[in-house]
Design a protein around this ligand. Structure first.
Ligand SMILES: [Fe+2]
Ligand SMILES: [Fe+2]
Length: 360
């Protein structure tokens, strides 16, 4: 007993002590309402409503993506058997891809936070989370390929050949443009309602699923072929997310919002052409050496079995993807922009480099 009393004396008293138990009824009579949360962008209060059950279904199917970049057969990549220029050329392509795919985790994480702040339904928050996780895998593939082929690359590697030096210069320019994109995106994501954001993401997902499908078909190097197959499947799922939401949202959009979507499609085309086709000068600030160097690098990558399509094939591929997008949105009264670069008719719309949203 003596020990127990000693322990009791050490106990700290609770901050508030009540004389007697009160009834719930009495408490309720005196209950005060909590202050209203009036900040425009705040995570609180929470709810878990689901307005688009299809989104939740796709999210559930995405919980196990079915692959892991760490478990791809990287050990089979025979770097030693490649020439230096072949290594530089393949690493170059992954650096180009990283402008789109390695920015993916941050882009979608930002969209996810925004979805919390604007109190979107639970299914939208969850689908952004799922895409963020997938993009982290795609980013990992970019990093793994680049660092295996050019240790500390892309910019911390010292190339030994002229083509390698040109590749590094090109990458510096690509990242300069990627940084401009990111500055615009951060502002744009807060400006647009979810329907417009999803329309823009839709363009990115159409582009990425098309790109990885073609890269999978044309690449003969096993680890890259396997990576493209898996990334392509993820991108197809992102496309399904976008379609599931837009099916609900597009019919309810105002004419003004639809016009914004048209403009965003033009912006998306210009930005994504940087990898799907060739970078248009309307957004891409690049020096005159950029394109000739890139074409040489692509040619060398092909000699190693890396499946970059030829310019003509890319043009046809990009056109097919865009026409597919056009047939999805036009029945909802969304006009398509003119894309004379790939021979697609449509509305002439202005382009604003500071408001680009689309991403892989
Ligand atoms: Fe994606
Ligand atoms: Fe991706």
């Amino acid at each position: 007993m003596a020990t127990k009393n000693a322990q009791d004396s050490k106990l700290v008293k609770p901050p508030v002590e009540f004389d007697a138990m009160v009834s719930p009824e009495q408490l309720l009579l005196n209950a005060e309402e909590a202050p209203k949360i009036t900040d425009r962008l705040n995570l609180f209060p929470f709810d878990w409503r689901v307005e688009t059950p299809r989104l939740m279904e796709i999210y559930n199917d995405s919980r196990d993506p079915g692959w892991s970049p760490a478990q791809l057969p990287w050990h089979e990549l025979d770097v030693e058997s490649m020439t230096l220029d072949q290594r530089y050329a393949i690493a170059y392509w992954f650096a180009l891809l990283s402008v789109f795919d390695a920015s993916g985790p941050a882009v979608f994480a930002r969209a996810m936070i925004h979805a919390y702040e604007t109190h979107e339904e639970d299914a939208i928050r969850k689908c952004f989370f799922s895409v963020t996780r997938d993009e982290m895998n795609h980013e990992e593939v970019c990093g793994k390929a680049i660092t295996l082929l050019t240790p500390n690359g892309p910019l911390g590697y010292e190339p030994e050949t002229e083509l390698g030096k040109l590749a590094r210069n090109n990458i510096q320019w690509l990242y300069h443009n990627g940084a401009r994109y990111w500055n615009g995106y951060k502002r744009a994501v807060e400006m647009y309602p979810m329907g417009i954001l999803f329309s823009s993401f839709l363009f990115g997902e159409v582009a990425s699923s098309t790109l990885f499908h073609s890269m999978y078909q044309n690449t003969t190097i096993p680890v890259f072929k396997e990576a493209f197959r898996n990334i392509g499947r993820d991108e197809g799922r992102h496309l399904s997310f976008c379609l599931a939401l837009l099916k609900e949202v597009l019919p309810k959009m105002s004419e003004e919002e639809k016009m914004t979507v048209t403009k965003q499609f033009r912006a998306g085309f210009i930005f994504l052409s940087g990898i799907l086709y060739e970078p248009p000068a309307e957004f891409w600030h690049l020096p005159p050496t950029f394109l000739p160097a890139q074409r040489m690098l692509e040619e060398v990558a092909r000699t190693a079995g890396f499946g970059i399509l030829t310019l003509e094939e890319r043009r046809a591929n990009w056109r097919t993807a865009v026409v597919r997008l056009k047939t999805i949105v036009e029945p909802h009264g969304v006009k398509f922009p003119a894309l004379p670069e790939i021979d697609v008719d449509g509305e002439d719309v202005a382009f604003d480099a500071d408001k680009i949203v689309p991403i892989f």
